[in-house]
Design a protein around this ligand. Sequence first.
Ligand code: SAH
Length: 214
Amino acid sequence: MIHDSLQHQGMRRKLVEEVARKGISSEPVLQALSKVPRHLFMESGFVKFAYRDQAFPIGAGQTISQPYTVAFQSQLLQVEPKQKILEVGTGSGYQAAVLLEMGAQVFTIERQRELYIKVQQLLPPMGYHPRFFFGDGYKGLPTYGPFDGIIVTAGAPFIPEDLKQQLKIGARLVIPVSTGEHQVMTVVERVDENVYDEKQYGLFSFVPLLKGTN
Ligand code: SAH
């Protein structure tokens, strides 16, 4: 791993302990969090913030999600090795890296060209190889689906029908759904061809899921 010092590893261990204390119990999720060098996903000079449990600006008005939130969504997704996972909202690529550490095959979409380009220079040298797509995540990736899981990392005003359609039977969509200022973390499970089960898991704060590309 490039530029990952003992100091970084120490700070990361503390962060993982903090996330576990806040209620994340999935061993594969905590393991993945302990491996991804979050400081490399942020602007240089912010190393001391990288291992705080906070969201952070990454340019283009977007943020790298809070580690607890990344862990919470990853846990809800119930990822198994080799599974095909779609992520909507690549952003910094941090969430994608966590899913890759969990052994998933990751397809990730971003609507901001600047971030889409930046992340493709950042992740592969670290050994992370998701498949990158530029486009509007509301539509998903119909030609690559159906997926074993879909994770949306921006606040959606509603649950996009296209994403539900791209779930395998038994697969789950983890999506923060807006109720004004905050979002309700929602899991939609496709129990049968036309049967979906919906559960809610508390309030979070995300940047908005926007239409079209930029
Ligand atoms: N998963 C990211 C979180 C980034 S914030 C990380 O780990 O860093 C959410 C991201 O979703 C932003 O980069 C934003 O540009 C992107 N986004 C918003 N609406 C989108 C859409 N319709 N399709 C794809 N990406 C979208």
